[in-house]
Design a protein around this ligand. Sequence first.
Ligand SMILES: [Zn+2]
Length: 50
Amino acid sequence: MREKLEPVEVMCPKCKETRIIYLPKEEIPACPRCGVPMVIRELLDEGKSY
Ligand SMILES: [Zn+2]
């Protein structure tokens, strides 16, 4: 079974810049402005209907 890509929102703890990445294919980036590692803000679940 193939691993499903999970869209994850990451945020810079300093300037609050956000970005969407896909785990596990991509790794958590560093903020292009501050150079600090971004943190996971929330897990986005496309499978849910709201
Ligand atoms: Zn930043």
